[in-house]
Write a protein that binds this ligand. Sequence first.
Ligand SMILES: *Cc1c(COP(=O)(O)O)cnc(C)c1O
Length: 732
Amino acid sequence: MSKPLTDQEKRKQISVRGLAGVENVSDLKTNFNRHLHFTLVKDRNVATKRDYYFALANTVRDHLVGRWIRTQQHYYEKDPKRVYYLSLEFYMGRTLQNTMVNLALENACDEATYQLGLDMEELQDIEEDAGLGNGGLGRLAACFLDSMASLGLAAYGYGIRYEFGIFNQKIVSGWQVEEADDWLRYGNPWEKARPEYMRPVHFYGRVEHTPEGVKWVDTQVVLALPYDTPVPGYRNNIVNTMRLWSAKAPCDFNLKDFNVGGYIQAVLDRNLAENISRVLYPNDNFFEGKELRLKQEYFVVAATLQDIIRRFKASKFGSTEYVRLDLSTLPDKVAIQLNDTHPALAIPELMRILVDVEKLTWEKSWDIVVRTCAYTNHTVLPEALERWPVDLFQNLLPRHLEIIYEINRRHLERIAKLYPGDHDRLRRMSLIEEGNVKKINMAHLCIVGSHAVNGVALIFINNNNNNTLYLYSAFHRTQTLYVQQIKTDTKHLVQLMKMKKKCYHTAKMIIKLITSIGDIVNNDPVVGDRLKVIFLENYRVTLAEKVIPAADLSEQISTAGTEASGTGNMKFMLNGALTIGTMDGANVEMAEEAGEENLFIFGMRVPDVEALDKKGYDAMSYYNRIPELKQAMDQISGGFFSPNQHDLFKDLVNMLMHHDRFKVFADYEAYIKCQEKVSALYKNPKEWTKMVIHNIAGCGKFSSDRTITQYAREIWGMEPSLEKIAAPDDIH
Ligand SMILES: *Cc1c(COP(=O)(O)O)cnc(C)c1O
């Protein structure tokens, strides 16, 4: 180990890099001091660390402004096709470092803050994560925004500006405790409110069928207030926009109705309307049919579509006489990508606008909708699929329910013609599920209303699993292909929905088990200094950025057929970890790219799982046959890890023994054997490193730039470009 550098040596090293131009550094210092004075209204005697962070963030932000304005001007002049990425989640993490890197300002800022006697890393750590997502789906949306900007696509992310993002996780006595994520408390230097583009969103009311057309009347209005966040491309001077909507009560909210409770109560009740954008639902891969969530989904869709159509009509192309008379050219200029079914209401909402407002025929409108929309599926787990009760719709969105019924009527008519007499097929493929509670199947709505459907990994293609709701080719689904391949198994769905109610409880018990095992192992006199079990508290983007590059082994051990893709697996691969995993999700493609011999693959494949399902999975048989497994389960259920409450984990073990839909015991032996192979190779650093190199060399396919290039060409009909646009004269 070399001696730590003195400050002066560090300073010299930075200067030797030669990247931090002297002028740039002195400008940055000037602007930093200007922001501290004029924006933060502080001098250095009273400024806090947070003031310095905000001064730095504003200094860096200034470099985005010219590029942002110029990019939007450029799009207006060139008028390319626009792509709209609609998502209920954008898991962005922090913005400062990403902006400095993409604008090539990092070294200069480091030098400038150093010269000001500040530590840039320490300042960066003050930034709150924008935690507007649960996990993979939201992080994918964030990566896609970055790639779309880096590839020069005229792209927009549209979502909700949740006042509270994913909760902060505290571990208290080994248990998870949730805390509200008040990420906006100190202000957000990256966003710009645009009250001038506020839009009304309607809820409830009733539908009137008149000779002049259909009217949705007596609605309650909530305003959608947009906040824009810049999305810089990588060193290409492009800055795209992520526009997030915040709910705002109209000034006359509840005041028209004199009987409600008077003026004071009406003002207090404004909170009710504004609750729509209050909090992100912390549901990852789980559908919870709450009215507030349906309101969120319609809120983002209704506000966004108004914005899309306004921009289309105001564009050079859209404002021509020919287009003004007819929106049939919309699909040539607009692509809408639905991130899972959460924004599925875009399909009936666009129909409503075209039919009820623009007065186009149903047929013409439907053609426009299908050619504009595309849908990405994220899971086949039945408990995650959105199936909204018809009653909820009838009350909240009565016109949309009518439209969905009409879409379904035509859809079933078409299937009946293709498959005369196949009544079971009609039932399976209907957008409406009959039963105790009638429900709308949002995935079916998305498939019928889109011209392209894609899954997030190859494993879903030609996957003949009965639990699988649909099977599709990755891109370019034709209507007939879909008709042949769709499948459902509703009995299974209902059963699993009931089971999943306990889930949160189970997840919390698993966390408690991990921390409890840690308490025993970490304090053991023999292994305590050689082996540690640590549960990482409050995992989030900034923690992932630290822990993933530090890892040697990535465990991706889901039972085959249950993980749609996974993205953590790819991040570890790219960052030099080796993978121990099942043939599930994107592990399959990782093995294909790096060579199966360069991953530690173990356990059942999808056909093995299906065969086991047929035979019947019996956890007890593994428990009785494998002594170490029996010992582990007995220790857990017998209180070895919970000495103060012996039966604490009894239910958890009971679940594994009698109701484990993931059948984890079936992979146990293969997993342990495979771990022994891992341990053996770890002792041979040369061979280990060789394997790492094969992995890093093979992970190019998992770049979101590569993915977005394929989306652009195959779904959106757009061509990515690596060219830079002209740089603006940056501020001095
Ligand atoms: C990538 C990522 C995820 C998703 O990981 P998976 O392995 O795909 O489940 C979740 N959270 C954070 C912070 C991430 O960066």
